[in-house]
Structure formats: C-alpha cells, structure tokens
Design a protein. Structure first.
Length: 147
C-alpha cells in the first residue's frame, strides 16, 4: 500500500476531492477495528509502509522517546490532530473540493511529522503516537471489555 501515500498527497494537491478517500478509509477501518483491532496499522497503512521501506534508510535508529509510550501523551497527540481537523473543517469554505483538501492537509501534516520523527528516532516512531492507531486501540478494547 506504499503507493497510496503519494497518490493521496500528490494527487490531492492537484485534485483535492481525493482527500475524501482518506475520510472514507478512516471510517471503514475504525469500524473494522472493533472486530480486528489495529489491522489497518499492521497490514494496510500506506504511511507505515513508506516509513518502513523508505525512511528506514535515513533513520538515525535512536530509541523512541519514553514520553511516546505514555497513554496520556498519545491522547494529547490525538486531541491536537482532531482539534486541528475540526478547526480546518469549521473555517474552510464549504465546497466539495475545499473540504476534501482538509483531509489532504491532515495527511500532509501527519506525514511530515512522521518523517521528522522517523529521521531523528526510529523510522516508525509515528506509529506509536498515530491518532488513527490510538483510536483503533480504544475501539478494539471496547470489544474485549464486553466479553
């Protein structure tokens, strides 16, 4: 799925409605996470594939900061990204392309952060604090606690 990341980012810059694919994938895999946990992260995430295949060559391979392993910190990162997305959706002109571009921007922002973290720590440091993974873990835990 590594090819999907440049499709969304580059394609989304020239054709913003591509960003709706990000939104649809988020919804689908969040629903699926109730039954399959972080399946998206382990099998399908284009950013994770990119980080493993490409960024691993440039990574300093340092230890992931201990702070990243703290649950509260993952939720702070989640809140920041969700808050930023809500802010952008609230302030953007409500046209189909411009709203789609908000999802492209979110993909760009999170990929930029993932690359910076991956270079200075481990290539998949982002995966530890990824908002999508954080929410998938929480949704999956709901099923476990109901048993």
């Amino acid at each position: 799925m590594v090819w999907f990341l440049p499709l969304i980012i580059l394609g989304g810059l020239f054709h913003p409605p591509i960003g709706y694919l990000v939104f649809l994938m988020m919804l689908f895999f969040l629903a699926l996470s109730y039954f399959k946990g972080r399946l998206w992260c382990s099998r399908f995430c284009p950013r994770g594939s990119f980080l493993s295949l490409v960024l691993s060559q440039a990574s300093l391979k340092r230890k992931i900061p201990y702070l990243f392993l703290k649950r509260w910190f993952r939720w702070v990162v989640f809140s920041f990204f969700v808050g930023f997305m809500i802010f952008r959706l609230a302030t953007v002109e409500k046209t189909f392309p411009k709203v789609g571009f908000v999802f492209v921007q979110m993909c760009l922002l999170s990929t930029f952060v993932a690359i910076v973290l991956g270079i200075f720590t481990r290539e998949r440091a982002w995966c530890v604090i990824c908002p999508m993974g954080t929410l998938q873990s929480k949704i999956a835990s709901l099923r476990v606690t109901k048993k």
